[in-house]
Design a protein around this ligand. Structure first.
Ligand code: SF4
Ligand code: SF4
Length: 473
């Protein structure tokens, strides 16, 4: 325990500054991370390839001629796993978002920033695409530093120029992919075929998207994770001593230092080689303890494992572990906070599944026409006027019928069409008005409740209740 207190107290000074800022000049410190390698990096590479194939192929995946995923915010049209959603599904969306946020919090409380290291698009694009191009063209971290310090000569112009050209091409590809998720891949293809003059609005968005992506990956880089990303900034709230993070085992590693022959027992397992610091893409020293800047990329685990193998020590001096686990050497237990989040998540998941399963194919709204009183028909019966809106939430066509089921002697008469039936095409809305006409003797109170059934192809879909207003005749 004394070792822990000493280590933490000694290391707390690092929290006064962030790794991105040069302590002397106050300017941004450009980070040149060492090229990572090792089993975890290989695993992350394959997982990233899988995710990138999904992401880039996603806009082309269709179900019955419709995209599997479309998030058209401008036209308020959403398709998730082939199911169309409407702005009227907002409560369901809100519930889904809430469930997702609680899931993320729970996941972070237990497993730390696994998302950031393994699945976040920022990390995947940065480490698996842009950084790999950089290593390929400019070499490893030492060559990159040398290139930066050399004057602008032919070699530097060619290397920097080709790197940024490829960066911009990739940014355009990513921007096209994201635009495809927003407006659909067919619209993007049309934009490319017709040329920018025909769709200058969408073309401008594409240029802006491409510029932003290029700037993020060519310049901002780790600043996104450390300063801009709200999820990153909230880590301090979500993590506790039981959260599993990429952690340095200070109980085993300290006191760090060179292992002199015959005096191996006087030092810990950390040989202070700095390789874990050199490889870190956010420029931190994980031996200082859990830090906001750590995106759990696991590069330092691979690097340290290689060192441990070379000095014949067990791997895992840096590993996935909780602070409590490192101190006690025990197995992680679920904290009370985690159990509370799990309970909330189960409730939210149950509610979400219930609303998804009971979601109707056809959604109808019927409201009395505002500002209109009752009317007296030529035959002496009394009428009220109503506005209706019927939404088809599927990709199937429906033959809709509106029928009054209560009171039995009421008549429904459409204002702008013959009969009570109409076609509702796939993914469409039909709006209109109708009269409900009641004989005088059926009106016994100022507010008469009426029930209107909505059916599709003879099958009951929904029943709406509304009021019929008229003074007792
Ligand atoms: S790589 Fe391992 S041995 Fe080397 S400094 Fe980092 S923790 Fe210590
Ligand atoms: S400390 Fe390790 S896991 Fe965290 S960002 Fe740096 S290299 Fe990645």
């Amino acid at each position: 325990m004394n070792k822990q207190i000493t280590t933490v107290a000694k290391d707390e000074k690092f929290r006064d500054s962030i790794s991105l800022v040069d302590k002397k000049s106050g300017a941004r410190k450009w980070i040149f991370p060492k090229k990572p390698s090792g089993s975890l990096y290989t695993g992350r590479t394959w997982f990233s390839i899988f995710l990138m194939v999904l992401l880039f192929a996603g806009p082309f995946l269709k179900w019955n001629g419709h995209p599997l995923l479309l998030l058209n915010i401008l036209e308020r049209k959403f398709i998730i796993f082939g199911i169309p959603f409407w702005p009227q599904d907002l409560p369901l969306f809100a519930l889904l978002m809430l469930t997702f946020i609680v899931f993320i919090i729970l996941f972070t409380v237990i497993f730390g920033r696994v998302w950031c290291g393994w699945a976040c698009p920022q990390t995947i694009f940065m480490e698996m695409l842009f950084r790999k191009i950089e290593y390929w063209i400019e070499g490893d971290f030492k060559e990159q530093k040398k290139l930066k310090d050399m004057p602008w000569n032919k070699e530097k112009i060619i290397k920097k120029g080709s790197k940024h050209f490829l960066f911009f091409l990739l940014a355009v590809l990513i921007a096209n992919t994201f635009l495809s998720y927003l407006i659909g891949v067919d619209e993007v293809a049309k934009l490319i075929q017709d040329g920018p003059l025909m769709h200058w609005g969408k073309f401008t968005s594409l240029i802006i998207f491409s510029g932003v992506f290029y700037y993020v990956f060519a310049n901002l880089r780790e600043i996104v994770c450390i300063v801009i990303c709200p999820y990153g900034r909230l880590q301090g709230l979500m993590l506790d001593k039981n959260s599993i993070v990429v952690a340095y085992d200070f109980m085993r590693g300290e006191p760090r230092g060179f292992r002199k022959k015959g005096l191996e027992d006087s030092v810990g397992d950390c040989v202070d080689c700095y390789r874990c610091v050199q490889v870190c893409p956010t420029g931190i020293d994980i031996r200082n303890g859990t830090q906001l800047e750590c995106i759990n990329c696991t590069a330092c685990i691979d690097e340290c494992d290689d060192v441990m193998t070379k000095i014949n020590k067990p791997k895992g001096l840096i590993r996935y572990a909780s602070q409590a686990g490192i101190i006690s050497g025990g197995v992680k237990k679920l904290s009370l906070r985690s159990i509370a989040y799990v309970s909330i998540l189960v409730v939210l998941l149950t509610a979400t599944i219930y609303f998804l399963v009971t979601r109707k194919d056809v959604d109808a709204t019927i409201l009395r026409t505002p500002g209109m009183l009752h009317q007296v028909q030529p035959d002496g019966r009394i009428s009220n006027m109503y506005n209706f809106e019927v939404i088809n939430k599927t990709f199937a066509n429906h033959k809709i019928e509106l029928k009054i089921v209560e009171p039995a002697n009421a008549e429904l008469k459409m204002v702008d069409r013959e009969g009570n039936k109409f076609d509702l095409l796939e993914d469409d809305i039909v709006k209109g008005s109708f009269f409900v006409i009641l004989p005088k003797e059926a009106i016994h109170q100022n507010n008469t409740q009426i029930k209107i059934e909505i059916s599709s192809n003879g099958e009951h879909m929904d029943t709406k209740e509304t009021n019929f207003v008229s003074p007792v005749q």
